[in-house]
Design a protein around this ligand. Structure first.
Ligand code: APR
Length: 312
């Protein structure tokens, strides 16, 4: 931090997802990191542990653990992971009230100190928390977006790769809609090196992979019992952080504030978008068929219903 010319990434919430994200940023050496949490000692301990790994990674970044938002001032990227995770039997939506309260405070405090930052929202229910972060930060909506689509698409890619015995790196997948049970894996826009999966897999197989993707988070919660996934969520957040830091213009499925695109207005929901230094630079509009449009509308309605339960 000491007059560093490096970029600065502040991660709010030093739990499983936050610390894993910090680890990736430190390992890649792409920015100085501030890890901030309300729990005393937790961010300090994890930050020290991560910074002590930096010599082994040939990484020169600083990693600071803190309980004070003041240390986040002047960030290029803020990642919000603060909140409670799911327990078995809980849906992401069950986290609504508690996490809305937490994200509200985090977004309004951090945006004052880093008015130019791009905010990446991870806390669930993610689309609604992106909405809360946008409203409470007062930021332009293109500066605030949610992470879930990258994760859902990564899960879909993984399951397709398992099924076909190919590298997941050669599978491109698109999952749209809310990061919840109503998410919309887009078969038509999911390919293996450009070959649509419908040419490689029978419809019932594809349906089973879609179902597993929809339940991807819950599958991990049911194994872990005490919390939810964090390695793939952190990797997803990192892909977005990197796209912003290096102005990569990556086309990623993100939870974006829609202003008429896809016939949706005033809601955060997952769509493909271009991510660069200015944040979410452009929503990519695909021509959807009737079934896809219907599924997307259903997912949007589920996100809207949660937003309506909020008192901001
Ligand atoms: N400010 C900062 N940190 C906070 C605040 C707050 N107001 N409130 C809670 N936290 C911290 C907790 O102290 C905890 O360390 O957020 C951290 C959350 O970490 P975990 O409980 O390990 O949860 P994690 O698995 O990281 O998930 C965080 O991301 O994927 C989503 O559904 C998940 O909403 C959950 C979030």
């Amino acid at each position: 931090m000491y007059n560093s010319m490096r970029k600065k990434v502040s991660i709010i919430g030093a739990g499983h997802v936050g610390a894993s994200t910090a680890q990736l940023v430190a390992h890649e050496g792409v920015a100085d990191i501030v890890l901030c949490d309300i729990a005393e000692g937790l961010p300090q301990g994890k930050a020290l542990d991560i910074v002590e790994a930096c010599p082994l990674w040939n990484s020169s970044v600083s990693v600071k653990g803190t309980n004070s938002y003041d240390d986040t001032a002047g960030s290029d990227v803020i990642v919000i992971t603060a909140g409670i995770p799911r327990k078995p039997g809980m849906s992401r939506d069950d986290l609504l009230k508690t996490n809305a309260g937490i994200v509200k405070g985090v977004a309004s405090e951090t945006s004052k100190l880093s008015p130019d930052a791009v905010i990446v929202v991870v806390t669930n229910p993610m689309d609604v928390m992106a909405y809360v972060a946008c409203k409470m930060s007062g930021c332009d909506p293109h500066k605030v977006f949610g992470m879930g689509g990258v994760l859902d698409s990564a899960r879909f890619r993984t399951f397709i790769a398992f099924e076909l015995g190919v590298s997941p790196a050669d599978v491109e997948a698109l999952v749209m809609g809310g990061h919840g049970d109503q998410m919309v894996p887009m078969t038509r826009f999911t390919t293996v090196k450009g070959i649509p999966i419908a040419k490689m897999l029978a419809p019932d197989k594809i349906a089973a992979l879609i179902e597993r993707t929809r339940n991807g988070g819950a599958e991990i919660v049911s194994f872990l019992k005490t919390g939810s996934a964090y390695y793939a969520p952190a990797a997803s957040a990192y892909q977005m952080i990197k796209a912003v830091l290096f102005d990569e213009k990556r086309v990623l499925p993100c939870s974006a504030y829609l202003k008429g695109q896809y016939g949706v207005d005033g809601v955060y929901v997952g769509v493909p978008a271009v991510i660069g230094a200015r944040g979410l630079e452009r929503v990519v509009e695909l021509e959807l068929n009737e079934e896809e449009k219907r599924d997307l509308d259903k997912s949007v309605a589920a996100v809207k219903a949660l937003i309506e339960k909020l008192t901001l």
